[in-house]
Design a protein around this ligand. Structure first.
Ligand SMILES: Nc1ncnc2c1ncn2[C@@H]1O[C@H](COP(=O)(O)OP(=O)(O)OP(=O)(O)O)[C@@H](O)[C@H]1O
Ligand SMILES: [Mg+2]
Length: 295
């Protein structure tokens, strides 16, 4: 791990939003922002594909991006960023109410101005892809060169993405990352790894199934599914665990690591976030090495 050097830039597309946790300070969140922050901590070059609005949240978001060294590339002149209200339950899960903002508005012109090379890795969360507001993004994502590497975290709204969308991603360099229930929604009921492997083979893309204590499974539809064990830690707060997992994976791929090693890194980064309050506990390299020495 000491020879880690991230090279390929990651275009982080999606939302930065306000987070209001009852009784706590206002923070900046959103899947894309969580991923971008975690990548910055791991010194991975990030291209900022997160729209920034014209209001108070937009100002806070821009300040948070500047603090991470991420200049704003996408601005919205008419709308502020959205926010969500959350409440932490004793289980470590959260309940929430969402107020949408400019992060739900996408168009072709905006996407076309994002700097990209064939090497650029792309990350996006499914919350931005669904419905009418996700149409421009779906279009853009499915029309990229087939060998442009992309990571899609379809998230809890995976059921709202239709079969055509996934059919259009067939044979491309796409990785889908899913938890257990998302795997069942997308790939069908039954044994999760078998269903995921079937889906991967049918579409000729790669799936990562995150099955809690059973670890993560890499299903590419060709080789036998590969298990990467979880790094079990006491749960403090699972907020942003999925996002941290994505960031770890992207960091490994940015450094040119093979996918299994990148998933292993994802498991470590996610474990660090689960073991700390909020989504902001993404580790740097030193912290990772201290927590998981010998990896
Ligand atoms: N108790 C735990 N100990 C260690 N790692 C954990 C634990 N819980 C979760 N993780 C890590 O976090 C990753 C992501 O968690 P999970 O799949 O539950 O996210 P999720 O359901 O997508 O949630 P969200 O998207 O809301 O963050 C898991 O794959 C695993 O690596
Ligand atoms: Mg998730």
């Amino acid at each position: 791990m000491s020879d880690f050097l991230a090279i390929k830039p990651v275009l982080v597309l999606g939302s930065a939003i306000g987070e209001v946790d009852l009784g706590q300070q206002r923070q900046i969140g959103g899947s894309a922002f969580n991923v971008a922050r975690a990548l910055s901590r791991l010194q991975v070059p990030v291209v900022n594909g997160m729209p920034v609005g014209n209001g108070e949240w937009g100002m806070m978001i821009e300040a948070a991006m500047n603090a991470l060294g991420l200049p704003v590339l996408l601005r919205h002149g008419q709308k502020d960023n959205g926010h969500r209200l959350t409440q932490l339950e004793p289980s470590g899960k959260r309940t929430l109410v969402k107020v949408p903002g400019c992060e739900t508005q996408w168009n072709k012109a905006q996407l076309a101005m994002l700097p990209m090379t064939p090497e650029t890795l792309i990350y996006i969360h499914g919350d931005e892809l669904t419905g009418e507001s996700g149409e421009a993004l779906r279009d853009w994502l499915t029309r990229l060169p087939f060998d442009q590497w992309r990571l899609i975290d379809p998230g809890p709204r995976v059921g709202l993405l239709d079969a055509d969308f996934f059919a259009m991603l067939s044979d491309s360099d796409t990785v889908l990352t899913l938890n257990r229930s998302e795997t069942a929604t997308l790939c069908g009921e039954g044994e999760a790894v078998t269903a995921a492997q079937r889906f991967a083979a049918a579409h000729n893309i790669t799936l990562i199934c995150r099955l809690e204590a059973e670890g993560a499974w890499l299903c590419d539809g060709r080789n036998p599914p590969l298990n990467l064990a979880e790094y079990r830690v006491p749960v403090v707060d699972t907020l942003g665990a999925g996002d941290a997992h994505c960031a770890g994976l992207l960091a490994g791929i940015s450094a040119g690591w093979p996918l299994p090693q990148a998933v292993n890194l994802a498991n470590r980064v996610a474990a660090c976030v689960v073991a700390s309050p909020g989504a902001a506990g993404a580790p740097g390299w030193q912290q990772l090495q201290q927590r998981f020495p010998g990896n």
